[in-house]
Design a protein around this ligand. Structure first.
Ligand code: MSP
Length: 644
């Protein structure tokens, strides 16, 4: 492969599962990537920023089944939610990859075949403890619980034994090459502490990994052996190469590969720091520069989860404040590697104090004075005095530091440094009291210098802040009468004197809304309660309803599906025939309790294969906190009776 030019920069986010709609945690990864990407563009780099969705696999298959949708229908719906959120957050990505795109699927098959022909992928039998929810086989060292089962260390749910014919990837062959690579490039995984974790894990030895499933239908079929589908992580990780043109636009691929940084959450580090470079070595591709594992956002000190009901939906914040305050808060509050706690108090406090007070007031004060004292145009001014020069030099020093922090992906430190400078400018105005000089006509040129210095400071600040709060920076440019685009002012050339004397400046409007915490919380409360009822209903016509064939079914026999907690296999008489069905109700009802009961069944739902059993129909039930409660009849009804 041709060597990639130093002037290009390739950054990625993880591709998000489409089993559920996005929340603030997902937004965080994408905002970091967007800020870094905008920063690199400001430096004049040729940047490619890839994001997208991970649409195959059991998780999505299951979520779709629960919603009565085909996996692709669910994916189509959720993808729109992601894309809308990225738009609302002003995310400027270059390409959005979906793993269901034919170009991706074809190339996954191509890569699979290449590795198989090469001997890095081979067929065998796998038996191991498998976690349904995180879709992976547990490491062998996960201990057995009392009762003889294993618990997935990542999600805490019960795993079960799966034995299947599958294709393996020869990960064991890459233990030494991986360790050599880590030793050569200790900055491959960041933060550094996570690199150490990875190295010690690999040192303990690597086993070959199973990279196909026969139990999952919703996946890319193995070439020439389609009863196997390719494991979702093999499929997903390769988005980073298929998304930039492998193997459909070679020049584009070669221009950007290898990635400069893969941004990910710490929970998916092993996949990216071990599997991914091993897959790439097998394919003979150069390896990425950095995998950066960021921390988690907690809500009120607890991990966000649907069952706790503390998942943060960013929409109200975005409607109230626009994208910049949320972007600023998430990036300012914590270093990228650590966990953070999201509280509305913390958020509102930062917005009011840093954005509205410090930055917003500086903009307001400076430009209002330029307007009232100079009609919007400073045409003349004195030479720099000591204090003016000190302010400019302070900026030059800060700029160096800020660029260093940005380069190091220490976005919170860069922002901290920018705010030091903002307070220096505020102090400069307070010390030089332009409002007093304005009373004396003979001081006009001195006054001009002070306001020029403040406006020039504002201008450079707006460039330095552009990666994080682009909408506000553009507003500041507009107020300042800057006819620029970011291409015109590379960060390294950023200087006070680039503000043209005589430039026509506008009267400013407030940059950030000042919102009282209590008003915001009140609004949020009204939005959230009652949780589901206020959601916009998706209305269907009576004809659409009639298409559902609902009938009384009599459960003839019921037994638990071995190795699962919740599943019950039943034989159900629907009047015209007897059918096998599988339902997730064993945590509420015992099989004995179910046998003989009459229930409501939808009989014209497409059959689904659940744990290898074809379920031909579905029981209706109320879902209460993840448990299915079945409605039974209080009068006798015959099996097969229509339900409307
Ligand atoms: N589909 C896989 C990634 C495949 S990449 C080849 C996946 N998807 S995910 O939707 O579950 O998560 C995507 C990202 O969101 C992960 O980086 C994860 O760490 C991040 N976050 C999800 N919840 C989060 C928080 N509460 N806080 C911060 N980020 C978290 O994993």
């Amino acid at each position: 492969m041709a060597k990639k030019s130093k002037n290009t920069f390739y950054i990625t986010t993880p591709i998000y599962y489409v089993n559920d709609v996005p929340h603030i945690g997902h937004a965080y990864t994408t905002i970091i990537a967007d800020a870094i990407s905008r920063y690199k563009k400001l430096l004049g780099k040729d940047v490619f920023f890839l994001t997208g969705t991970d649409e195959h696999g059991q998780k999505v298959e299951k979520a779709a089944q629960e919603k009565g949708l085909k996996p692709i229908e669910l994916a189509d719906q959720v993808v729109v939610r992601f894309q809308e959120l990225w738009k609302a957050l002003n995310i400027d990505y270059d390409f959005f990859i979906r793993t269901t795109q034919p170009i991706h699927e074809e190339n996954i098959q191509k890569i699979f075949k290449k590795l198989k022909d090469k001997g890095d992928i081979y067929k065998g039998i796998y038996e191991g403890w498998y976690c349904d929810s995180t879709e992976h086989f547990l490491d062998e060292d996960v201990p057995l619980e009392e009762g003889g089962f294993k618990i997935c260390p990542e999600c805490g749910t019960k795993a079960f034994i799966v034995s299947e014919e599958c294709y393996f990837f020869k990960l064991s062959a890459y233990q030494k090459p991986l360790l050599d690579f880590y030793a050569q490039k200790p900055t491959f995984v960041r933060p550094r502490s996570r690199m150490n974790e990875v190295v010690s894990f690999v040192k303990q030895g690597l086993k070959d990994i199973s990279i196909t499933r026969t139990t999952v239908e919703w996946g890319v079929p193995v070439p020439d052996d389609p009863k196997h589908t390719i494991y979702v992580w093999f499929d997903a990780l390769h988005n980073y190469v298929t998304g930039i043109g492998y193997d459909w636009d070679r020049p584009h691929f070669e221009k950007f590969w290898p990635a400069d940084v893969h941004l990910i959450g710490k929970d998916i580090l092993r996949f990216h720091a071990i599997f991914w470079p091993a897959f790439l070595m097998a394919s003979g591709f150069p390896l990425p520069q950095t995998v950066f594992g960021h921390g988690w956002w907690l809500k009120d000190e607890a991990k966000m989860s649907k069952s706790k009901g503390n998942v943060l939906d960013p929409h109200l914040i975005l409607e109230t404040f626009g994208p910049d305050p949320l972007r600023y808060f998430l990036l300012r509050e914590i270093p990228i590697g650590l966990d953070g706690n999201f509280s509305h108090e913390g958020f509102i406090h930062r917005v009011n104090s840093d954005l509205a007070n410090d930055l917003g007031n500086l903009v307001q004060r400076t430009l209002t004075m330029v307007h009232s004292y100079f009609g919007g145009k400073i045409e003349e001014m004195d030479k720099e005095e000591k204090a003016d020069k000190a302010l400019r030099e302070e900026f030059e020093n800060s700029k160096e530091k800020i660029i260093r922090f940005y380069e190091d992906y220490a976005l919170n430190r860069a922002l901290e440094e920018i705010w030091f400078f903002i307070s220096t400018v505020n102090k400069y105005l307070a010390d030089n009291e332009p409002w007093k000089l304005a009373r004396d006509e003979s001081q006009k040129k001195r006054l001009g210098r002070i306001l020029y210095q403040a406006a020039a400071a504002l201008r450079v600040i707006s460039y330095l802040l552009f990666p994080v709060i682009p909408v506000s920076s553009e507003k500041i440019w507009d107020f300042l009468g800057e006819e620029k685009s970011i291409e015109d002012e590379s960060l390294s050339e950023l200087k006070f004197k680039n503000l043209k004397l005589g430039q026509a400046m506008k009267e400013p409007k407030p940059l950030f809304p000042r919102v009282a915490l209590k008003d915001f919380l009140k609004e949020e409360e009204t939005r959230q309660a009652p949780p589901k009822k206020e959601e916009k209903m998706d209305m269907i016509t009576f004809d659409e309803f009639k298409r559902m064939d609902l009938r009384v079914g009599e459960i003839l026999t019921a037994e638990k599906v071995e190795g699962t907690d919740k599943l019950v296999k039943m034989e159900v008489d629907i009047g015209t025939e007897k059918r096998a069905m599988v339902a997730g109700v064993a945590d509420v009802y015992s099989p004995e309790e179910l046998a003989g009961k009459k229930v409501i069944v939808i009989v014209n739902l497409k059959p689904a294969v659940i744990r290898g059993i074809e379920s031909r129909g579905m029981l209706l039930a109320a879902e209460i906190e993840g448990k299915a409660i079945i409605p039974f009849f209080d009068k006798d009804v015959p099996a097969g009776a229509k339900v409307r």
